[in-house]
Every structure is written in C-alpha cells, then in structure tokens.
Design a protein around this ligand. Structure first.
Ligand SMILES: *Cc1c(COP(=O)(O)O)cnc(C)c1O
Length: 462
C-alpha cells in the first residue's frame, strides 16, 4: 500500500470543470449599481475579456492552455497522500486521504489560478497586474505567476499585515513584485483615507479599492486587476485539484469516496477539491460534502443568501451569495484567509441546493487538530487548513464509533511555515474561541439593508 499516490505529468487533467453547467438551477446574475444585471463589457476596464468570458461561461469543460500546464508541471500533479499515521493514532477504520497543495512554490493552492490569470492577461496584451492581499498568500502567489510570465505585479498589502508579517512581502519582492502598504499615498482612495485616518491599520476593502483604481486609471489600457478567490473563473481554475484527486483515488483502489472536506474562506480551495465530486452527487452518488469555516466568521452556517458587494468600498458588482454583510469586521482569529464576509456565488448556489453540509469550528479545536497532525503525519498545516483537518478527525472518530470503513478526502490548502506566530500564540495559551455573538451578526447584516434580495431558488432534490 502506498501512502503517496502520484500521477505522471502526462496524466494531468487537460480541462477544468465548470460546475455552472450542471447546477440544477441557473446562477443568478451579478448586478450593477443600478440593480440591473451587469454586462460583460462593464467589467472590461477591470479584467481582460478572455477571463470575463470564462466568468460567464456555461461550458462544462474548458481546455487548460498548454503553456499554463507547462508552468503547473513545476509542482503538479500534486501528491494525494494517505494519513496512515493519523489513522493509527485515532484507531479509526476510516481511510483518510488528503490532496497536498502545500508543494507549490508559494506553498498553497493559490498559484493554480494565479498562473492561469496571469497567462490570460498576457494573452490579452496586458503588461501589469494589480491586486490586494491580506496576510500575503494571494499576493505571493500572483507575484510568483507574474515572475514566470514576465508581467509586472503590484500588490497593495493591508498595512497591519505589512508591518507584522514581513516574510510574505519579502517573497513577493524575491519574485520581483512591488508590494506597498495600504492605504498608500499612490492612489486617490488611499490618499483620502490617509488624510482622514493617518494611523489606520488598513483593510482588505481599502486595498481592493486601491488596486482597482490603479488598474482602471492606467491610460495605456495595459493594466488589469486580479482577484484570488470568490469569482467563477477562480473556482474553475482550482478544479484541477479535485480532478487529479479523483484519478489518484481510483489509482489507490478506492471505488467511492464517502466524505469530501475543504476549508472555506472565499471558497476557492474548497471548490477545487469538491466541485468534481459535487458533479457526481448531482448525478446520484452518495457523498457528504463539507465546507468548513471558522465559528467567528460563520458565512455559510449562519448568514443569509442574498445580493452583496464583494468589498467594503462597494466597488464590485452585487453578487448572489451567503454573506455576513460587506461591513463585516472579523474578530482577529489567526486563519487570515478565512475572514472574508462572503463566499463564492458557485459555492453559495451549491449550498442553497442542499448539495453541501457546511460546518463551523472554533480555532482552539483547529489548532489542537493541527498539533495532532504535526506530531503524527509530520507536516505543519496552514491555520486555514487546520479547519479541514479538525473536521476530518471528527469524521474519522465518527467512523470509529459506527465501526464503518469510510473513505475521507480533504483538501490540504497549504503549509503553515509562514504562520508560526499563530501556533506560538496557541501554545502560549493566548488564543480563545470567539463564536460570532448574535448581536455582532445582526449589526453586520445591517450593511445589507437597501440592497436587492437574491431569491432562494432550488430544485428540492437534496
Ligand atoms: C487563501 C487561503 C485559504 C482560503 O481561501 P479560499 O479561497 O477559501 O480557498 C485557505 N487556505 C490557504 C492555505 C490559503 O492560502
């Protein structure tokens, strides 16, 4: 029995899977500021048209360009590993598999879409890409992709992370990107905020506004903006994870999988591992599919499905999604990548259909699970990834109680070697659980007032 199930480069999937083609009820359109559906050309100043076409595509399979595959071969196909040491420690009859996205050069799943987005931008004649980053995982993935494709990359990094977490900023610099603290004096949005609040720690919303402003105000038309999660084309690019995992599970001799788990922030690594299995479920397979979020940021488990903006400054179109409200300010938990107020419209619609069973975990159980993992399997997971591990351990324990030989698959979204301060705080007893208080949830949902409501439309099959 192998604990590493590997694919050769020539076994890599050559097409991405688009869940939009198979959802039993169609996705509702994004809306513009006037409340009408936006048209592709409305997005043209922000994204290149070839990515906008992917964003609205209803094609089930979309070819992965050969040059994108050439870059992905640097670490793909990624290993599927079996966590035999954890299984033994738990004494579970379950077989636990995990898809290791931590082997990419920046250390997470994010380069799967960063490389694709940079490539499509380059095809379209774009020379420079702007973006925002919180803790720096997305900024470093885009910096890496732009370096390989010869594009300029400018990253607006939330001020507090810029000051407190210098290492990912340095990774961006090593790959040749420019990384500035946001708010910055380089944009009108940044200057306005600095004039009012010179000491602000910044926020993702502010950084998004700055990155979009820089992209749309380049008079040469050769700059565009990139987003690392949430949008349909990002989910699409990540499906290579689950498509590889399927081939690897059958190589390992598994005929079916019982449970698929992924941590969920904006939804992209979850979509990546899960959507190919959601397709099987739509076609009749019995699979439990769990997106796992922090209990301090309970988007899928406690928030409504409705239209909301993707950012605090309301620069983005209104998206149909589960959302805590764009005014949501997350409690300072360490899983920086899971603090977003909304979740991808495609993940949201799959949840509306009842195809998913969302779960929420407190950070203490997640860190405890991460330490069990590190002491059995050896690898140190990203704090985000530890949410998927906590749910996988619970599921393995349940299989033990029921005496069932379940097959559990989860997405290992990244390693935690850049996130050791969170571990230090946990081991020093400085962390607490902070399930979002009901009053805070209510206050945050106020930012949805006055926005159009998205009707909850579902087939009723699940
Ligand atoms: C960014 C990130 C996440 C959360 O983003 P999703 O779009 O929900 O995948 C999870 N894990 C890691 C390691 C990340 O870097």
């Amino acid at each position: 029995m192998s604990t590493k199930i590997l694919l050769d480069e020539d076994e890599i999937p050559r097409q991405w899977y688009n869940l939009a083609a198979d959802l039993p009820t169609p996705m509702q359109p994004p809306l513009g500021p006037d409340g009408n559906p936006i048209r592709p050309e409305d997005l043209a100043p922000v994204f290149p048209m070839n990515l906008i076409e992917q964003e609205v595509s209803q094609e089930r399979w979309i070819d992965i360009p050969e040059e994108v595959l050439e870059i992905l071969y640097r670490w793909r196909p990624s290993p599927l590993r079996r966590a035999v040491h954890l299984e033994k420690f738990l004494g579970t009859p379950a077989r636990i598999y995990y898809k290791d996205e931590g082997v990419s050069p920046p250390g997470s799943h994010k380069p799967n879409t960063a490389v694709a987005q940079a490539w499509y931008n380059k095809q379209f004649g774009i020379k420079k890409i702007t973006t925002e980053t919180g803790a720096g995982q997305w900024g470093s993935a885009l910096a890496f992709a732009c370096a390989l494709l010869g594009l300029e990359c400018k990253v607006y990094m939330v001020r507090i992370s810029f000051d407190q977490k210098p290492f990912r900023k340095l990774m961006m610099n090593v790959w040749g990107a420019t990384c500035v603290a946001s708010p910055s004096p380089e944009t009108q949005a940044g200057r306005d905020i600095l004039a009012k609040m010179p000491d602000t720690p910044g926020s993702l919303g502010i950084a998004i506004s700055e990155a979009i402003e820089e992209a749309v105000s380049d008079a040469s038309g050769q700059t565009r903006y990139a987003l690392g999660s949430v949008l349909n084309h990002v989910m699409l690019h990540q499906t290579i994870i689950g498509l590889e995992a399927k081939k690897q599970l059958s190589k390992a001799g598994e005929k079916k999988v019982d449970v698929v788990i992924g941590c969920a922030g904006g939804g992209s690594n979850f979509a990546g591992i899960a959507f190919p299995f959601v397709a099987d479920k739509i076609n009749g397979a019995q699979i439990e599919i769990y997106p796992v979020e922090p209990s301090s940021c309970p988007t899928l488990t406690r928030a409504p499905f409705t239209y909301d903006h993707g950012d605090v400054a309301k620069m983005t179109p209104l998206l149909p999604m589960y959302t805590l409200g764009h005014g949501f300010v997350s409690p300072p938990i360490h899983a920086g990548g899971l603090r977003y107020h909304g979740i991808a419209p495609l993940v949201s619609q799959a949840a509306v259909e009842g195809l998913l069973t969302p779960k929420a975990y407190g950070q203490l159980q997640c860190y405890q699970s991460a330490l069990i993992w590190a002491k059995t399997e050896g690898f140190i997971p990203a704090p985000e990834t530890s949410h998927a591990i906590a749910a996988a351990i619970d599921e393995a324990n349940k299989a033990k109680e029921e005496g069932k030989e379940k097959v559990i698959l989860f997405g290992w979204s990244g390693h935690g070697l850049m996130d050791l301060m969170g571990y230090a705080n946990f081991m020093d007893g400085k962390l607490i659980d902070f399930p979002l208080p009901e009053e805070d949830l209510k206050a945050s949902l106020k930012s949805l007032e006055g926005l159009p409501k998205a009707p909850v439309v579902k087939s009723g099959r699940w």
